[in-house]
Design a protein around this ligand. Structure first.
Ligand code: HEM
Length: 394
């Protein structure tokens, strides 16, 4: 197997990881990424097979679980109950409870909220001079919507962002001790807030997700209080982080490729959004661990072996996509791996799609002269492929 070196924090790579993915692709379905000490795949068929194969999972086998450093204990205490980190049967129970509350009817009912919030965020933009679309639009929109869906006060949005940003620092390549402490502090404060908020909400049920989860908790066996808290944190964090960056990457792509007109027509919006999700996704790497000996496309994994699935690369696999490096909203509809696949397929995919399909047309219809006011720069991290700011002018 070919071994490649590429620092995940090198500025060139962060700004444009795709040339490295192409170099990796020539190595075959799998290559060894030295900097991560990890076997990775840029191959869509291999990644899709691994996502769907129950002999691989997110949880490390017990004998390989790493000891938890005391200063990170509060972070892992939250993670211990996260469906994203669990496998069946706990995963099935937690995911089932969330899906029961996360119905397509409830998601569709958010359409009016996403519309009116998009308009009010645009109303608040400055009349003149450049503004940052990330902080003024891409961030508040999904944060406020997920807060509403759960039933958490909207004026908490800024605080939710701070906790969430600190917590996802744990996924950063080459994280520092200070980042681990910040993530753990945020996990502890976020849990404490939710614990007392849930206590309050037990007395004031409403038509929201927290109320439904509290009802599941009251049933006893089905949801413990710790699971309830972690599920709320997971939904609040996962419910905006990737969407923020998808809005940013999408607006950048539409402006740079001169394809804004395509997002204005209701007929083409869904396909433009799928192409945005394929072309420049916000999350580029997810890992899986083999639970037994498995062979995938000629590579033999042993129990405990890890593999990195490079979604940004799989979405540009020429065996699946014609001219993969071109942004072509008119391309035939095919599934990409941006929301994962299999057991852990993103619970929030319908909500993220709804937000993108509504917010982007409103933005460009309201601001027809929107243009880049400065060259966009991706934030200097690999765990989120997203812009640090997106300076635009009307
Ligand atoms: C464009 C936006 C989004 C992207 C690209 C995205 C991507 C993903 C991916 C790739 C996974 C699977 C991870 C794995 O298999 O290891 C995932 C899982 C998940 N996502 Fe999303 N997501 C987005 C938006 C959302 C939203 C809006 C929510 C919540 C409302 C959400 C909640 C979740 C949850 C709860 C899981 C865990 C599912 C499980 O473990 O069964 N996501 N997401």
């Amino acid at each position: 197997m070919q071994s490649l070196t590429q620092s995940p924090t090198a500025p060139d790579f962060v700004q444009n990881p795709y040339p490295f993915y192409e170099r990796a692709r020539t190595a075959g379905p799998f290559f060894y990424w030295q900097d991560y000490d990890l076997i990775c795949t840029p191959n869509a068929a291999a990644a899709s097979a691994i996502f769907r194969d129950r002999r691989f999972g997110r949880e490390a086998p017990p004998e390989l679980a790493r000891p938890i450093a005391p200063h990170t204990a509060p972070f892992y205490a939250v993670e211990a109950h996260s469906m994203l980190e669990l496998e069946p049967p706990r995963h099935t129970r937690l995911r089932g409870l969330v899906l029961r509350a996360f119905t397509s009817r409830r998601i569709a009912s958010l359409q009016g909220d996403v519309e009116s919030l998009s308009h009010s965020l645009i109303d608040a933009l400055p009349d003149e001079g450049p503004f940052d679309l990330i902080s003024s639009f891409a961030q508040p929109l999904p944060v406020i919507i997920i807060a509403r869906l759960l039933g958490v006060p909207e004026d908490m949005a800024e605080q939710l962002l701070r906790w969430s940003n600190a917590m996802v620092g744990m996924y950063q390549a080459r994280r520092t001790h200070a980042m681990e402490v910040a993530a753990s502090d945020a996990a502890r404060d976020f849990s404490e807030f939710l614990r007392s908020y849930v206590e309050q909400r037990r007395k004031t049920p409403a038509d929201d997700l927290i109320t439904q989860l509290i009802a599941a908790e009251a049933d006893g066996e089905r949801l413990s209080t710790d699971e309830l808290i972690t599920t709320c944190i997971l939904l609040l964090n996962a419910g905006h982080e990737a969407t923020v960056h998808t809005i940013g990457n999408g607006v950048k792509t539409l402006l740079e490729t001169g394809t804004v007109a395509q997002v204005l027509s209701p007929d083409t919006v869904p396909r433009v959004v799928e192409e945005i999700l394929r072309f420049d996704p916000a999350l580029h790497m997810f890992t899986r661990t083999a639970y037994e000996t498995v062979e995938v496309m000629g590579h033999r994994f042993e129990r405990g072996d890890q593999v990195g699935l490079l979604l940004g690369a799989t979405n540009r696999d020429p065996q699946v996509w014609d001219r993969p490096d071109r942004f072509l909203p008119e391309r035939p509809d095919k599934p990409n791996l941006t929301f994962g696949a299999g057991l852990h397929f993103c619970v929030g995919a319908p909500l993220a799609r709804l937000e993108l399909q509504i917010a982007l047309p409103i933005l460009f219809r309201r601001l027809p002269g929107l243009h880049l006011a400065a060259p966009p720069r991706y934030a200097d991290v690999y765990h989120f492929h997203g812009l640090e700011r997106l300076m635009l002018a009307r």
